[in-house]
Structures are given as structure tokens and as C-alpha cells.
Design a protein around this ligand. Sequence first.
Ligand SMILES: O=C(O)CCC(=O)C(=O)O
Ligand SMILES: [Fe+2]
Length: 320
Amino acid sequence: MVSKACIQLPILDISQPLQPCSSSLSSLSEACKELGFFHITNHGISKDLYDKIRLLSEFLFSLPNETKIKLGPFSSIKTYTPHYIASPFFESLRVSGPDFTSSAQSSADVLFDKHYSEFSEILRQYGSAMTELSKKIVKIVLMTLGDDVERKYYDSEYKNCHGYLRIINYSAPKSLEEEVEGLGMHTDMSCLTILYQDEMGGLQVRSNQGHWIDISPCEGTLVVNIGDLLRAWSNEKLRSSEHRVVLKKPLNRFSLAFFWCFENDKVILAPDEVVGEGNSRIYKPFVCSDYLRFRESNEKGKFEKIGFTVRDFAGIRFQM
Ligand SMILES: O=C(O)CCC(=O)C(=O)O
Ligand SMILES: [Fe+2]
């Protein structure tokens, strides 16, 4: 039975140092274990920057399909995911790090006739702010796994992580008689994801009991969720929850999802200390890019296979 509920996620003030034994760390720890979602505040990204990205995105997604399709999925650039791949309502543009400027510029060069440097400059600013935030958040999340985990493993395991951004436009549904899914149930292929959703709401996370829980937008905060790579690395001490987007109003919805991932050739294996004595290992070691390929190996334009997770790929106990 799937029903709906509301929940108050913990809000982490990312501008403040987190004390090892504080109540903030324990509520964060609980959230990462149970739901894999929390909010951050005081992240330093101005409303002005969001307004600019939104305006540029509205312009970009309003271009004719024949123009947008030059960016993918069947062209050489492959930064654009058109409607009907993830869902009839979903389209997105990908901007990849670490050089966000040149990634954005190569898309802009195809879309716009004249050189359009504002587009790449704004995305450079956002990409570098998200990169710094991701590093900070990974350190904090590792602290929830035990006193020494961050100190022992951040440099050796997480130093080469990289990020990419997906700018998403959900078109307005014409009829709202039934629940309209803008993006179907999935887990993220990242270590963690930082999400900005606009004031429309519609993001939902699936609880352990199979209930859909609304993650309501909250001005000035961003949503962080744990992805499959961190779920596997932590031997499931951290949860990467299934989530989806439901469109509730006859309006466009705009979101920005930033995915922070291990480097492609990294072998993901939970350290013994993280698995813990007496616990069995849940995942066999796997190469990061092999998992990404597994998720992207569907027929429809190399977008993510929705509904498959890292358990299906490398789970020891769960493999069929
Ligand atoms: O648009 C959203 O709010 C969520 C997007 C998402 O979950 C994703 O791109 O993985
Ligand atoms: Fe997601």
C-alpha cells in the first residue's frame, strides 16, 4: 500500500562547523540512515544567481525542438535529453565539470548563433559553488559513519570526485485528473546529489515502508540526497532512497540537480572498518563507470534505466 505523508527533514546549517558529538550530527546521522535526504541552509548561493539560471533556462527550453535536438541524444554532444525519454514532461540539459565553462559553452555554441558568454559564466559560477559544497557535505556525511571515518578516508577515497549538473524543465501537464509523474521512481547514481527545486514542489521520497513522502520546497534551502555510490561504499549504512517528481499544478516546474560522483575508474569497496566487525559485506567491488554504463544501457537514448539500483548491479545478497 502506498500512501502519502509529510515529514520534517533535518536542516543543516552548512556555514557552521559541525561538532563531532553534537545533536545536529546525530539527527543528520539518523536522516542519512533512514531516508537519505536532508536540507542544507546558508549555502551561499544567491537568489540572484538562481533567478539568472532560471531565466536562461526558460529561454533555452523555449527554443524549437529542431534546435535542441542538435544537442542530443543522437548527436555527438549528447547534453540534451528530450521529452519522452525520462517522461513525456521531462527535458534536461547537462553541464559537466570540472570545466563547467567549456561544457556550457559547447552547448551554447550549438544553440545560439552568437557567442553567448553569460550562459557559460553563470554555469561556471554555479558549478564551482556546487563543487565546494559537495566536498563539504561529503566530509560531514562521512562524519556520521564514525569518529575517524572522514579523517581516514576522505583524502584517499573522495579526493577525485567530480560533478555534473542537470538543468531540468518539466512541462505543464494538461490534465491533473490523475497523478502525473514528471520523473519516475529512481535512485541517483551519485555519491550525493544537491537539488534546487522551485516553489512548485512535487519531489517525493519513498520511505522504508513504501510510503511517498513530500519534500516540500523551502526558500533558501537545498535538498541533499545520498546516491547509490555512497550507499554501496558505506555498506548501506547510508540510504539512497527511491524518489520521484509528481506534477501537481498546470505549470512548468524548474529544478537543478547537481550529482557528485566518484571518478570513472574507481573501484568501489566499503572499507572493513565501515562494514564493521560481525557484519557481512553487501556489495562486491565494482568499477564506477561499469555501474554508470549498466544504468545507462537502455534503448531510449542512453538515459538512465529507471527503477534499477546498485543492488541489482553489485549486491551480493540481492542478486537474482
Ligand atoms: O527535479 C527534481 O526535483 C528531481 C530530479 C531528480 O531526482 C534527478 O534528476 O535525479
Ligand atoms: Fe534523482
